[in-house]
Every structure is written in C-alpha cells, then in structure tokens.
Design a protein around this ligand. Structure first.
Ligand code: SF4
Ligand code: SF4
Length: 414
C-alpha cells in the first residue's frame, strides 16, 4: 500500500512505525474473513481492512470524526486479523497508534467520558476494585438479574507454598485477578513448587498498565509500567529466572514493555530485560514438562479426569502466538478436550469492551458459549481472567483457569 504521511507525524517514531506497517498491507481483504466484528456487522469499516484505511487517512492528514472513532472503538483488538494476514501486517500496533491520534482530535460525550474515567480509576487499583466488588456481592440479592449475574461469586485460594527453592520466579499479581480468582496464582505457585521453583509476589506490582493503555491513556499506562518494573527489579537483580504471567491479556502487555518504554532513557534497558524474562505460565510448564511427568500418578491411581472445553483467549493465540501448548499439557494429563468450533473467535470480553460495547460483546458471548458447550463438557477452562469472568456470566458450568485444573490433578500435601 502506498502512503504519504502528513508532516505532523511523518518523522516521529509512531509515524515511521505506522508507515512501515501500512506499506506491508496489500489490501487483499483476507483478514476480514476472521474478524468477529465484520462477521457480526458486515460493514467494511468494521473489519481490519476498513479500519486500516481509516487510520491511513488520519495519518495522511484527514480530520477524524465521531464515526472514525466509533469504528475503531468497535474493534476488539483481538488480533485475529494478524494471525490471518499473509504479509504480517501488525494491525494491533497500528490500531494503538490510530486510536491515540483519534482520541486527541475527537471529543467524547460526557457520559462516555465519565464511564471511561471510572474504569480507568477503578480497574488498575486492586484494593479499590476489591472493595467495590465486595460491596457489589453484598448488594447482589437486591439487584436485577441482568446486573447481579455480572458480579462474580467469590472463590477461595488454596495454600501458597513457602518460598523454599533456590530457583525463583516472579508472578504478576494483576489488577482484578486477585479479587476475582485468587485461586489462579496460588495454583501456579503450587504447581511450580512441585517442579522445584518458588513463585514470589513482588510488593507494589499489581496492574500491568494494559487497561489504561487500551483506554487511550498511554501516559498513565507508562507510569504504571515503570512502577511495576521498579517493584520487580530487586527480584531480577537477585536472580529471578522469569516473570510468570497467568493472564494472557497481561502477558501481551508486559512482553511489549521494551517497546513501549524504548524511548525512555531511564527505563528502556530495564523494560527490555523485563520483556525478555516474561513468559506465559503455559510456556514455563511446557519447558518443565519432563519434571511434570514425574509427578503424574500412574493411570490406575489417577483421579478420573474431566471432559473439558478449552477457550484459548485471543491474547494467547493471536497476541502471544501461543497455540496448542495448553491443549497438549491437558491432554498429556489425561483430560478429554471436547472440540470447540470457531475457536479463533473472540468471546467479547476484550478488556473493557464488554462494558463499553455491551451489545456486540453479548452477541459474541452468546456465540462463544454455544460453541464451548456444544461438546457437552463438564467444565470450561481458559487462560485469562477477563475471558474467565465474562464466560462465567453466561454459563452454568464452572469456568476456571487451566492451571487450577492442573493443580487439582496432581498429588500434593498441604
Ligand atoms: S483486532 Fe479483531 S476486531 Fe479488530 S479488526 Fe482485527 S480481527 Fe477485527
Ligand atoms: S490480510 Fe493483511 S495484507 Fe490483506 S488486507 Fe488484511 S491486513 Fe492487509
């Protein structure tokens, strides 16, 4: 695709990056076939190719409108289009740049602005989110069903093992995960403990910054990233082998710290190191699979395993490009995975999308639940807290992180 970027952006780092991405697009349209919003709305501007054109126009000096903003807002940032694209167009990065430009030029209405500010004020603050969730749970009996079903039930974490091993890894606590699913990181710690690795929590590292970034508050997001690096850095200096992420949505963000902070002289090198150390829990377990096998009980004495449906989050399959690892781990352990049609499609959670674009999100959720339940599983497993909480609002089956199922399936003495 030929480009002619406007003077205001041409020689900036973002302009150069966007130009290189645009030039890779051949306008073939193959990406539209796997775009969830195009499938629902059948509008070229609600597919990747149309959005790429909208962003190109803005970069070339056109004045964006509320309609431009709407089509970019409707994008889930699921990056299914990147997986499909034959020429390697990095759509996710392009839409980040495009959204930021449009946000600076198109004012939002007061109600929408208030919603976005509230989300940005609450979600990245784990203590505040926990208090509001607690109040929501108390009020649940008084709320209409449409609201109460969106407030998740509490779950209990199993015992977190003592940090007794020489091998240490850091875990990202996350922003909403400690309140919504405290069992997830505890399960990761318990599984890694069996493999001779202590998983440690760093005081001061909560949110990864992803929520603020995707609400177009990039400066705030960068501050959160710097704070998280500061919290992790002493552990890295003491020899932590890896930064373990149990929410694939956060994994995508932390693996990009090196890029986001690449222009910050004080943090560029540290951010690059953090990104290099970051691994999804499925990558760690796969690397340690030989040791894991020694903990698997012989078939005759195993707890009978479940028939489960696995939902690979978009951030896992399209963002981190990790496909098949979790499925292999579960299958090796004896779980029966039911086939799930259209596994490449988003469930509609997508960060704050389920709140900001409720109608499209609910349609995607309905389709996803039907696909996941079509093989009659007894549970749904996934790899990201956003998807987990979103799917649970529409299914009577238990929805859990797969590492919890793995923890349950291995012998352990508390
Ligand atoms: S990121 Fe997802 S929703 Fe957005 S254009 Fe690509 S496929 Fe469509
Ligand atoms: S598949 Fe890739 S090259 Fe083709 S239109 Fe989509 S982004 Fe452009």
């Amino acid at each position: 695709m030929q480009t002619n970027l406007a003077d205001f952006i041409r020689d900036t780092p973002e302009g150069k990056e966007a130009d290189a991405i645009l030039r890779k697009c051949t306008h073939c349209g193959m990406c539209t076939a796997t775009c969830p919003t195009y499938q629902l709305l059948s509008d070229e501007l609600d597919g990747p190719r149309g959005r790429i054109y909208l962003i190109k126009q803005v970069l070339e000096g056109a004045t964006p409108t509320a309609k431009t903003q709407l089509h970019l807002d409707r994008c889930l940032t699921c990056r299914a289009c990147e997986t499909t694209c034959p020429t390697g167009v990095r759509y996710g990065r392009l839409v980040d740049i495009g959204r930021h430009l449009v946000e600076e030029r198109v004012a939002r209405g007061p109600v929408e602005s208030a919603w976005r500010s509230a989300l940005n004020a609450v979600i990245p603050r784990p203590a505040l989110f926990k208090s509001l969730l607690y109040m929501g749970r108390l009020a649940r009996p008084l709320l209409p069903r449409s609201l109460s079903r969106r407030i998740p039930q509490g779950t209990t974490a199993r015992l977190w093992p003592k940090a007794s091993h020489a091998r240490k890894m850091i875990v990202l606590e996350g922003c909403v995960q400690p309140s919504l699913s405290p069992a997830t990181n505890a399960a990761a710690a318990r599984v890694l403990d069996r493999l001779g690795i202590s998983l440690v929590r760093a005081t001061g590292a909560g949110c990864c910054g992803g929520v603020s970034f995707h609400l177009n508050l990039q400066e705030k997001a960068l501050d959160i990233m710097r704070k998280t690096i500061d919290a992790w850095w002493p552990h890295i200096e003491q020899g932590a082998e890896a930064i373990v992420i149990t929410a694939s949505g956060c994994g995508v963000t932390v693996k990009e710290y090196g890029h986001y902070l690449g222009q910050d002289p004080a943090y560029a090198a540290k951010a690059k190191r953090v990104s290099e150390l970051t691994q999804d829990i499925s990558e760690i377990i796969t690397a340690e699979s030989a040791k894991l096998k020694s903990h698997i009980a012989p078939p005759a004495s195993r707890i009978p395993h479940q028939r489960v449906a696995f939902h690979p989050p978009c951030t896992l399959q399209h963002g981190l490009k990790i496909t098949g690892k979790v499925e292999s781990i579960l299958t090796d352990l004896g779980f029966e995975l039911v086939p799930v049609p259209d596994a490449h499609l988003c469930c509609g959670s997508a960060g704050t999308y389920s709140i900001l674009q409720p109608e499209l999100s609910q349609r995607l959720l309905g389709n996803k639940i039907a696909a996941l339940e079509s093989g009659a599983p007894s549970a749904i497993l996934t790899a990201n807290i956003g998807c987990q909480a979103h799917l649970q609002t529409a299914s009577s089956l238990p929805v859990r992180h797969w590492i919890e199922a793995l923890d349950d399936s291995l012998p352990y003495r508390d």
